[in-house]
Ligand binder design. Sequence first.
Ligand code: KIV
Length: 256
Amino acid sequence: MNSKKITVGEIGAMKRRGEKIAALTAYDFPMAKLLDEAGIPLLLVGDSLGMVVLGYPDTTHVTMAEMEHHIRAAARAKPNALLGGDLPFKSYETVADAVANAKKLVAAGAEFVKAEGGSEILPQVQAIVAVGISFCGHLGMLPQHVLEEGGYKIKGKPEAEHQKLLDDAKLLADAGAFAIVLELVTPPVAKEISVQISIPTIGIGSGPDCDGQILVTPDLTGSFPWFTPKFVKPKANVAAEIKSAVTPWKSEIGAK
Ligand code: KIV
């Protein structure tokens, strides 16, 4: 149980104390409440909800209205965990859109916003931070670019990619980001970034040496069994539990 309200400052302090940061996605009231009760300090209403809740093939279909709806639901849990939300595809192409849409997510209940990219979105990041909204970066594999990239690929092996990741991480930290998600970054590069920047790195499929780890909760709980990323070892089989509750009930009521 998170006994006190977690702030962005506390997430930074966890890195300085050498404490690993556990982060998970939550897309609605019960999941935000359960994960907060389990003591997870950092919750994200990720646009991964496009796949694992809304049934889209990737995150590029998620709209601002959908993000606001799910952030409102998760925020109703009033978690002590820090609760953030993703700016969806094409919602931060200009500085004006980035600020206006970040404000909408905050109005819905997000305590920070996250967007994908480095130097390409630096003016947007600086503008979001300038209006007092906490910002989390996202580097490495960028799911909102999956169609141009032709799949979910590991990042950081070629030297140019390695150097760009390092440069982008420093730019985001200097712009005032409080943390950076590193997705599918090759583990030695994720480790190097984590050592070189003062803000926490939160890894997903990027090896053990990030300051924290984040997963898409249905991958961890086995509640979305149709696809599980290779780097996730599910700790439960919620899909099977649901079926094993439904099947005896069906017989009990005499249904076929
Ligand atoms: O959308 C999402 O859930 C994310 C996390 C996996 C980092 O961006």
